[in-house]
Ligand binder design. Structure first.
Ligand code: NAD
Length: 511
């Protein structure tokens, strides 16, 4: 069926910008209302990346109906065959990696090396989940009764509603989409309004790989106009959301009355702990990459650094020097190391927190200002910013800023660093720099986070280990790896009695 469909999203030209519709039942279609919104480059507002469908509940309705219909067929396709489509999609993405990476840098600003990493993560996840077509292991166990066989198998949930953020615009949709698909679910995805093009690119790869119509659908538009009707839809069996804790709570409350499966990946306030025996250059490298990679707009960003007082000054001097030398600009340029904030509102949040930090008495070590002249005039740039002498309880050290701002907290011991580390409402990622294996293992055990690193920053997750966090970062599920299969499937335990007579478990177990 897919052979009759157009192979790529139609790219009608409106001036310089391509127009992209919703993807519903294998067709690229405009929003029912005919409304559109613009997607502009945050490094250069004059650069119109594309025009997208500004959709509403009626578009969601059509997409869910298509996904529901397709589910009847897709769940019956043998999982290894589903896997073959994913393998082909991954191959297509390998071929188009550079194009997709450039599109992503244009639409959300992070530097090309990082958007290549984002596309690669999507490729890795797609290969990984394609392999699950031949695994999806269940259990066989001995029965307590004679002549009885038993096993457990996974079954798909149905239609999966996926709501995704803008900071990993291909990787995160793939973390949700590929496990959902390999298990036999069908999908309606709502990308963040800042980054719909990367999801269009992912869908184009799946379409070209031969994914049947209706199996994946995409509806672009705002959170309340599209996300809310999607998560509330009676025929959406599982909602998988990545975004802020504030919106995650709304999603959770919407799903609760219907006992709908709900998977949440939310905010973070991650910490690097630098001990007095750490290799300081290594720790500084980690703090710069962890704090300012993706302009600090990663859920795993190292927005706090706890440094032992014995090495505090030396660490801070080197950290400030390295940060001052970062080149900020358009991520498409080879020499740029940090891009813009994703939009004006995100930059305003950064500025608000800079003001809060100053008023709380944190010491501004470098940065602290928007960059708005010369090459930076048309973008949402902000200087990489470090605050020193922070206390663990300051708002700048407690709340997620989601921008290029790092708070450095002096500590007197490993125990204090751990206490500071665990003192926030989030529990995503933490790391320690030390040469002492005892300290490393102690911190590894004591930090109540979903991810932990030794002698590496708080970022750098790989696709084949569980990804997610504790406390207000998540709701007990994990993305990626085999753990993601649990989100998008239900277990069925099956008992086959071939004794020919009634056998009662727990009762007929004697001689
Ligand atoms: P956001 O919560 O503003 O938006 C996330 C998605 O939810 C978007 O698609 C948005 O349109 C949609 N949405 C907004 N309001 C909605 C509503 N009322 N109903 C339904 N959907 C709605 O988050 P963001 O600004 O896109 O992303 C930044 C946040 O994401 C940060 O807090 C970051 O820590 C978090 N994040 C977490 C992870 C993780 O794995 N833990 C990964 C990346 C980002």
């Amino acid at each position: 069926m897919s052979a009759t469909l157009p192979r790529t999203a139609p790219k009608e030209r409106s001036g310089q910008a391509a127009r992209h519709g919703n993807y519903i039942d294998g067709e690229w279609v405009p929003a029912a209302s005919g409304k559109t919104f613009e997607n502009r480059n945050p490094a250069d507002r004059n650069d119109l990346v594309g025009v997208f469908a500004d959709s509403g509940p009626e578009d969601v309705e059509k997409a869910v109906a298509a996904a529901r219909e397709a589910f009847k067929r897709w769940r019956a396709v043998p999982a290894p065959k589903r896997g073959e489509i994913l393998y082909r999609a991954a191959e297509i993405m390998v071929r188009r990696k550079e194009e997709f990476s450039r599109d992503m840098t244009r639409e959300m600003g992070k530097v090309l090396a990082e958007t290549r990493g984002d596309v690669q993560e999507c490729i890795d996840m797609t290969y990984y989940m394609a392999g699950e077509g031949r695994r999806q292991f269940g259990q066989t166990t001995p029965s307590e009764l004679a002549n009885k066989f038993q096993m457990s198998v996974r079954m798909p949930v149905g239609v999966a509603g996926l709501i995704t953020p803008w900071n990993f615009p291909m990787a995160i949709p793939s973390w949700k989409m590929t496990p959902a698909l390999i298990l036999g679910n069908t999908v309606v995805v709502k990308p963040a309004t800042d980054t719909p093009l990367s999801v269009v690119n992912l869908i184009n790869a799946l379409q070209e790989a031969g994914l049947p119509r209706g199996v994946v659908n995409m509806v672009t538009g705002g959170g309340t106009a599209v996300g809310a009707p999607l998560m509330n839809h009676e025929h959406v069996g599982i909602v998988s959301f990545t975004g802020s804790t504030t919106v995650g709570r709304i999603v959770s409350e919407a799903c609760a009355p219907k006992f709908k499966h709900c998977h949440l990946e939310m905010g973070g306030k991650n910490i690097i702990m630098v001990m007095d025996d750490a290799k300081l250059d290594l720790a500084v490298d980690g703090a710069v990459w962890g704090g300012f990679g993706t302009t600090g707009q990663r859920c795993t960003a190292a927005s706090r650094v706890a440094v032992h007082k014995a090495v505090y000054k030396e660490f801070m001097d080197r950290f400030v020097e390295r940060t001052k030398s970062l080149k900020v600009g358009n991520g498409l340029a080879d020499d740029v190391q940090m891009g813009p904030c994703v939009n004006e509102s995100q930059r305003a949040t950064v500025e608000k927190y800079v003001g809060i930090a100053k008023s709380e008495g944190a010491k501004l070590m470098t940065g602290g200002n928007r960059l708005a002249s010369g090459d930076h005039e048309r973008g949402f740039f902000h200087e990489p910013t470090i605050f020193g002498d922070c206390s663990a309880q300051m708002r700048i050290a407690q709340e997620e800023v989601f921008g290029p701002v790092v708070s450095v907290i002096p500590v007197g011991s490993l125990e204090e660093a751990i206490e500071v580390g665990n003192s926030v409402e989030y529990g995503l990622s933490a790391s320690i720099y030390t040469q002492d294996i005892n300290k490393a293992f102690t911190a590894m055990r004591e930090m109540y986070t979903g991810i932990f690193y030794v002698n590496a920053p708080t970022i750098g997750a790989e696709t084949h280990l569980p990804f997610g966090g504790t406390k207000n970062t998540g709701n007990g599920h994990r993305e990626a790896s085999v753990a993601a299969l649990d989100v998008f499937s239900e277990w069925k335990s099956i008992y086959i009695d071939y004794s020919g007579h009634l056998q009662r478990a727990q009762i007929d177990t004697g001689e």
